[in-house]
Design a protein around this ligand. Structure first.
Ligand SMILES: NC(=O)c1ccc[n+]([C@@H]2O[C@H](COP(=O)([O-])OP(=O)(O)OC[C@H]3O[C@@H](n4cnc5c(N)ncnc54)[C@H](O)[C@@H]3O)[C@@H](O)[C@H]2O)c1
Ligand SMILES: CC(C)[C@@H](O)CC[C@@H](C)[C@H]1CC[C@H]2[C@@H]3[C@H](O)C=C4C[C@@H](O)CC[C@]4(C)[C@H]3CC[C@]12C
Length: 379
């Protein structure tokens, strides 16, 4: 991807000497890496890019050969001093770091500590050090699906919906998002107002998606087959990681010029990815890579799936002292997968001119190529 004139920046801004410092927390994650690379390609005002993560990736080194100063910072968002040191001097913070766990790998306390306390630390660091612009990566799960299994059918940011959560992950994302939005307008060091917003991606897919990798490997283990568990009629919103990254870059740029409009707002992340069931959508990529989804309708009755999911949860609890057993199927993932949740909105387009950067065809091709490249590494 080459440095180019950004359609959203005028010639004047693009010609300006690069002067901005951005910080991306979680910059080595699935989404974070795409945000980092998108910033380097499409933010011409960038002077320094700070990549803050608990686990730094080796690919960062290859980014240090360009005109932008790339600073890798190994740190923990739960440690306020580490966050403050990383934020100090940054003009914009894009906070993607989080514990994305719906499989019972981490304790509820740890999920809360990272996702909520970590976000609090980022907010306070902005206030204490004078950073004015904060973009938070929230999630569709702040809204739903709720524990009652109510469908959210092609809803938008204003669609009434009873957001009721019990699982630690959506609870933590909802609380963190609320903290970010409530912080909008607080005075930062120097007296200027903090401008915040939250982006709510639906299920993100694309190069680097671990769960897609898990499904692919599961299919290989089962002789090239996956077995349908969810009715094809259950739509699940999905969005390409490159478009999510682009929305982060664009809103971060527009926050300053349109603070009154964007500050304190939430935006679903969306593109032209088709509305399909989670499993059928995955087959858009896994099918061309040789896998087959067996069954035009679920092969097992729902009550049996509920039983198997409960059994997995019991096994996880029993085995925890000995090993981590964290299968894809558990009561939470089954409930989420089995509840329609899709968005249809243009709020990001109306507020800051967002248009998907990658078409569905391009998103699909890029993802297929990534899965195919994985073949050489699949166990
Ligand atoms: N993947 C999705 O489908 C999806 C959908 C909606 C929202 N999100 C949100 O997007 C963000 C990124 O998700 P992802 O899918 O890229 O997950 P990921 O696990 O790939 O990336 C998260 C990154 O945060 C880092 N991190 C975790 N704990 C940290 C800590 N204590 N201190 C510093 N860094 C820490 C991890 O090392 C990792 O690099 C998360 O906030 C998640 O809630 C993800
Ligand atoms: C075993 C079957 C029932 C299989 O169909 C289960 C699929 C299940 C693992 C996924 C179905 C929906 C996914 C979630 C959704 O895409 C949105 C999410 C929000 C994001 O912030 C984090 C990831 C996730 C919770 C995502 C996780 C996997 C699913 C539950």
């Amino acid at each position: 991807m080459s440095q180019g004139f950004s359609p959203q920046l005028g010639m004047a801004e693009s010609a300006q000497a690069p002067k901005l410092v951005y910080l991306v927390t979680g910059g080595c994650g699935f989404l974070g890496e795409h945000v980092v690379r998108m910033l380097l390609e499409r933010e011409p005002r960038l002077r320094e890019l700070r990549i803050f993560d608990l686990h730094l990736s080796p690919w960062i080194e290859e980014l240090k050969t360009g005109p932008v100063q790339v600073t890798a910072i190994q740190g923990d968002v739960t440690q306020a001093q580490e966050v403050a040191a990383a934020v100090a001097g940054a003009h914009v913070v894009i906070h993607t770091a989080g514990l994305v766990d719906v499989f019972g790998r981490a304790s509820p306390e740890t999920i809360h500590k990272v996702n909520v306390r970590g976000t609090q630390n980022v907010i306070e660091a902005c206030v204490q050090t004078g950073t004015q612009f904060l973009v938070y990566t929230s999630s569709m799960e702040v809204v739903g699906p709720n524990i009652k299994g109510h469908p959210f059918y092609r809803g938008n940011e204003d669609t009434p919906y009873e957001a009721v959560h019990k699982h630690p992950y959506p609870c933590s994302k909802a609380l963190a998002e609320r903290l970010v939005l409530e912080a909008n307008g607080r005075k930062v060091r120097g007296g200027l107002p903090l401008v915040t917003c939250a982006l709510r991606p639906t299920g993100i897919y694309g190069e680097g998606h671990q769960i897609m990798r898990d499904f692919y490997r599961q299919g290989l283990r089962l002789g090239g087959r996956l077995f349908r568990a969810i009715p094809a009629s259950v739509e699940h919103g999905r969005v390409y990681v490159g478009n999510v990254a682009w929305m982060h870059v664009l809103v971060a740029r527009e926050l300053e010029q349109r603070a009154a409009l964007i500050g304190g707002q939430v935006y679903f992340c969306y593109d032209k990815s088709p509305y399909k069931s989670y499993e059928d959508f995955n087959m858009e990529f896994l099918g061309p890579c040789g896998l087959r989804l067996v069954g035009t309708r679920p092969l097992l009755p729902y009550w049996l799936l509920v039983l198997l999911a409960a059994l997995n949860a019991l096994l996880q609890w029993l085995l925890r002292p000995l090993l981590l057993y964290a299968p894809l199927l558990n009561p939470y993932t089954l409930a989420v997968a089995n509840t329609t949740f899709t968005v249809s909105t243009n709020k990001a387009q109306r507020h800051f001119g967002y248009e998907p950067l990658f078409s569905w065809e391009d998103s699909r091709t890029r993802t297929i190529l990534w899965v195919q490249a994985m073949e050489g590494t699949a166990q």
